[in-house]
Write a protein that binds this ligand. Sequence first.
Ligand SMILES: NC(=O)c1ccc[n+]([C@@H]2O[C@H](COP(=O)([O-])OP(=O)(O)OC[C@H]3O[C@@H](n4cnc5c(N)ncnc54)[C@H](OP(=O)(O)O)[C@@H]3O)[C@@H](O)[C@H]2O)c1
Length: 268
Amino acid sequence: MASAIIRGLVKHGHKSEHILVCAPSQHTRSRLVKEFNVRVHSDNSAAVAFADIIILAVKPFIVPLVCDELRPLLGQLNEQRGDQGGEQKLVISIAAGLTHASISDKLPRNTQLVCAMPNLPTAIGKGLTGLYVPGHLDRQAFDDAEQLMRAVGDTVWLEDENQMASIVATAGSSPAYFFLFLEAMEKAAIAQGLPPKTASKAVLQSAMGAVSMAMASKEGLANLRHQVTSPKGTTEQAVLAFQHGDLDALVARAMDSAARRAKELALG
Ligand SMILES: NC(=O)c1ccc[n+]([C@@H]2O[C@H](COP(=O)([O-])OP(=O)(O)OC[C@H]3O[C@@H](n4cnc5c(N)ncnc54)[C@H](OP(=O)(O)O)[C@@H]3O)[C@@H](O)[C@H]2O)c1
C-alpha cells in the first residue's frame, strides 16, 4: 500500500526527495530507493523530524509499536509549533479495522489524526479511500489528507466512524464481488461456446465500457439500465432472470455480512 501511495505521489509531481520511508528491512528500503529514489531510514522517529505528514502504513497490530516510537518527538515538536502558532503535524493511518480513538490514544494529545481506508485499486491509481476524522481538523490538514489520497484515486469523507464498515463493504471488499460476477459471466460465455480468450475480452471490455459510461453520465444507474433494456429484447430476458433470483436481496445480504465483519474486526 505504501508503494502505491509513493507511486501516486511521485506521478502527481511530488519530489521523491520530499518523501522519507521508514522500514525495518534493508531489502524494502533498497527496493524503494531503486524504484522511487526516495529517502529511507530504519528508525521511525526520523519521520517525525523530517515530515509534516506522517502516514502509518504498517499492519494494524504494529501501529501501537510505531506510535510508541513517534510519540516523544511528535509531542515535543507539536508543542513547539503550537507555541509559535504553527500548523501541527498530520498523521494519517491507513490501517484497516483500527478506530480513530484507539490510534489517537497512542499519540500525543491534540495530534491531528485522519483515518483512511483505501481499497485495492489504489495500487493502480484508481482507488477509493474513505476518510474520517471526528470533530475539527485544520483546513490545511483536511486539504493535505485529501490531496494525498487523491494521488491514488478518489476520496469520500465520512461523517460517522460507523460508516467505515460500509466503505469496507462497498469499496474495500467490492473488487472481489466484481471479479466474482465477471468470472461467472466468463464461465457462462465459455459454456455458450465462446473461446476462453474471446469470452474474457468480451466480459472485461464490456465491464469497463459500462463503468466508463456510468461515470461519464449524469443519469442514474437505473436509467442507464432502462436505456439498454428494450421491451421484449435480449437484455430484458437476462435482467428478469437476475430479478427472479432476487439479486438485490443477495447483494444486500453479502454487503451486510462484509460490514458486520468489518465492525467485528474493529472491536478486536
Ligand atoms: N493491501 C490492501 O489492499 C490494504 C487496503 C486497505 C488498508 N490496508 C492497510 O494498509 C496497511 C499496510 O498493508 P500492506 O498490505 O501494505 O502491508 P505490507 O505489504 O505487509 O507492508 C507493511 C510494511 O510495513 C513495514 N513495517 C513492518 N514493521 C514495521 C515497523 N516496526 N516500522 C515501520 N515499518 C514497518 C514493512 O517493512 P519491511 O518490508 O521492512 O518489513 C512493510 O513494508 C495495513 O494496516 C492494512 O490494514 C491495506
